[in-house]
Design a protein around this ligand. Sequence first.
Ligand code: SIN
Ligand code: FE2
Length: 210
Amino acid sequence: MVDRAENNDVGEPVDLAGVRVWQGWLDRAAQQAMLADLRAVVAAAPLVQPVTPGGRKMSVRMTAAGRLGWITDRRGYRYADRHPSGVVWPPIPDSVLAVWRALGSDRRVPDCCLVNLYRGAARMGLHQDRDEGDFAWPVVSISLGDDALFRVGGTERGARTRSLWLRSGDVAVLGGAARLAYHGIDRIRPGSSDLLEGGGRINLTLRVVV
Ligand code: SIN
Ligand code: FE2
């Protein structure tokens, strides 16, 4: 279990255009424990390299845990109740749910924990998370491994953006007016963390879908 009491130096969140970033929310031991839980997720639901509806390979590799997983392929962006291989998604680990309860909501659990693996030149273009049925719930985003340059804009494309390097253990919350903020990852800093075997960065995004 991870909660405030176990984190010594977590201060107030940094406000990035309404997105709140809790820097250092997870200490090293908590990060390692979460990573061990994620190994079981990936063993049950292997990472895949997704394709956009337009046919472009995404640079991240992706899987999910929870009742629903977010997927993309030629047929579109959507939530699905199974991994592309046909297996049901594994449950969201308790270590991850604890972060949701503390910073997202204690009124219900998320439907989806999307797992994105960034290696090398992987990035994520500016986008909104808008495939969910109810935007009243926040999106909680956990960073593990290499540093990542996070960019946040407004709720309309073309609005001014601000950037911040996310580090291992940071948790960003997109809620309230920032729930539909455009956001993306410009690049990671390969080799900046030794948390992941083989390097890279894992991002977890927790969402209520329905
Ligand atoms: C995402 O928006 O899906 C990922 C954000 C991140 O990797 O921090
Ligand atoms: Fe997103």
